[in-house]
Design a protein around this ligand. Sequence first.
Ligand code: MF3
Ligand code: CO
Ligand code: CO
Length: 250
Amino acid sequence: MIIKNQKELKILREGGKKLAAILNEIAHHAVAGVSARELDALAEKLILKAGGKPSFKGYRTDNVLTSYPASLCVSINDEVVHGLPTDKVLKNGDVVGLDIGMWYKGLCTDTALTVLVGSGTNKLIEATKKSLEIGIAQISAGAHVGDIGFAIQNFLEKENFGVVRELVGHGVGRAVHEDPEIPNFGKKGTGAELVEGMVIALEPMATDGSPKVKISPDCWTWVTRDGSRAAHFEHTVAVTKDGAEILTQL
Ligand code: MF3
Ligand code: CO
Ligand code: CO
């Protein structure tokens, strides 16, 4: 388990705030007629302008041969996470997950949100957003990873949404993904104990159908097996003595 020192926390705070502003601006551009590729280009431009570097571009996992080619993940409707930004154009009513990560002064933060293209509201999006807040509310030194998962799962399942299990939150900062894993399901009092100075990314993913997901033929994009829509929200947070400090907020 990795504990960040005060100097690192200061940098993560600075980078996280900048990343939140960048994601906010991208979200405002997620309107009908815009392509995922255009949003990715905007993401890269804003990251470089902020003095950062995209942390997803070039990222590799053991099970995928190619490295991730973009700065932003754009996951539309049945796409859950890690959607490759293609020339696909957004249309009204689309549920669009936007996930972004940035290296800044040697450390990285990670944040995501989901928008409904056009006007109106969407219960799946609202509930997933709330589940992230509920998860964050469980955090304090001495709490367990399972407390977070339990709270998120309990809330989403009561609302009749599916909780994705194949993908989890994670430690973050010196690498894009660090220990421990932070599942969005679990039992209170189980799993790793949270310690002051840990920096973790919580990222609930919920569906309006079955929670089962699979990887699509592009080898990156996760999609729901039954074609139901999915939403995803993520914050990078620092564990404090009696709570959590959200680093990726405006
Ligand atoms: N942002 C993702 C996460 O929240 C990781 C994306 S890695 C990529 O953990 F290569 F798929 F972009
Ligand atoms: Co992310
Ligand atoms: Co993440």
